[in-house]
Design a protein around this ligand. Structure first.
Ligand SMILES: Cc1cc2nc3c(=O)[nH]c(=O)nc-3n(C[C@H](O)[C@H](O)[C@H](O)COP(=O)(O)O)c2cc1C
Length: 196
C-alpha cells in the first residue's frame, strides 16, 4: 500500500464505489468513503434532497474521515454527477481541504454522456488546484472492456506522478531480514536522506 496516496470518494448508489474499488486495486493506496451526516440514500426523498443540494450548491456536513489530508502527496477524489454538478458531499470535501492538497486527481461517474467535463472544472475551482489526471465514466461504460480502458487511461495520465511517489522497495538487510526502504544515503549538498 502506498502511504503517500489517498483515494477518497462519495457514492450514493454504488457506481462510484465500484470504480473507486478498481482504482484502489490498481494503485494500491489508502482510501476512505465520504459519509455526509445527513443521508441521501432514501430512494425518493434522498434523490430529491440530492437534486436540491446540487441546484443550491450546498455543502453538507461530513463525518470526520480520520485522515490528515496534508500528509498525502496525492489525493484522488471521486463522486457522481448530480443535476449537472458534482455531488454535494464531494463539494464539501474539496472546499474544506483546498489549502491542504499537494496534488489532486479527479474521477466522476455519470448516468448520461455529457456534463462530466464541466464538473471537472468545478471540482478544480473548489479544490483550488488543477488535477494531474481526470476521468469521467458513463454508467454504461462501468463494466467490461470499456471500464478497463477507462481505468488504464487514468493510470496512464498518473504514470509520472506514481513513479515519483513509488514506495521504497523492501530489500533484505545484512542479517537477512527484510527492511523497508533499502540502503540510506545522505546527500552532502542538501543533508536530505535519499534511498537507493
Ligand atoms: C440526484 C441525482 C442527479 C443526477 N443527475 C445527473 C446528471 O445531471 N447527469 C448525469 O449524467 N447523471 C446524473 N445522475 C446519475 C448519476 O450521476 C450516476 O448514476 C452515477 O454513476 C451515480 O453514482 P453513485 O452510484 O456512485 O452514486 C444523477 C443521479 C442522482 C441521484
Amino acid at each position: 500500500m502506498n502511504p503517500k496516496i489517498l483515494l477518497i470518494y462519495y457514492s450514493r448508489s454504488g457506481n462510484t464505489r465500484a470504480l473507486a474499488g478498481k482504482l484502489i486495486e490498481k494503485i494500491g493506496c489508502d482510501w476512505v468513503e465520504l459519509r455526509p451526516e445527513a443521508s441521501f440514500h432514501r430512494r425518493v426523498t434522498g434523490y430529491l434532497k440530492a437534486i436540491g443540494h446540487s441546484l443550491l450548491k450546498r455543502t453538507p456536513k461530513l463525518q470526520n474521515t480520520g485522515k490528515k489530508i496534508a500528509s498525502y502527496e496525492l489525493v484522488i477524489i471521486g463522486g457522481p454527477l448530480w443535476a449537472g454538478r458534482i455531488a454535494s458531499p464531494v463539494r464539501t470535501f474539496l472546499r474544506e481541504n483546498r489549502n491542504e492538497f499537494k496534488k489532486v486527481a479527479f474521477f466522476v461517474t455519470q448516468g448520461g454522456t455529457s456534463g462530466g467535463e464541466r464538473v471537472l472544472r468545478q471540482m478544480e475551482l473548489d479544490a483550488g488546484t488543477s488535477p494531474v489526471a481526470s476521468l469521467v465514466v458513463s454508467e454504461r461504460n462501468l463494466k467490461g472492456q470499456p471500464l478497463k480502458n477507462a481505468v488504464q487511461g487514468f493510470l496512464d495520465q498518473l504514470k509520472d506522478t506514481l513513479l515519483k511517489l513509488k514506495p521504497p522497495a523492501i530489500e533484505p538487510s545484512k542479517g537477512g531480514k527484510p527492511v523497508a526502504g533499502g540502503a540510506k544515503k545522505i546527500t552532502a549538498s542538501s543533508g536530505h536522506e535519499t534511498r537507493t
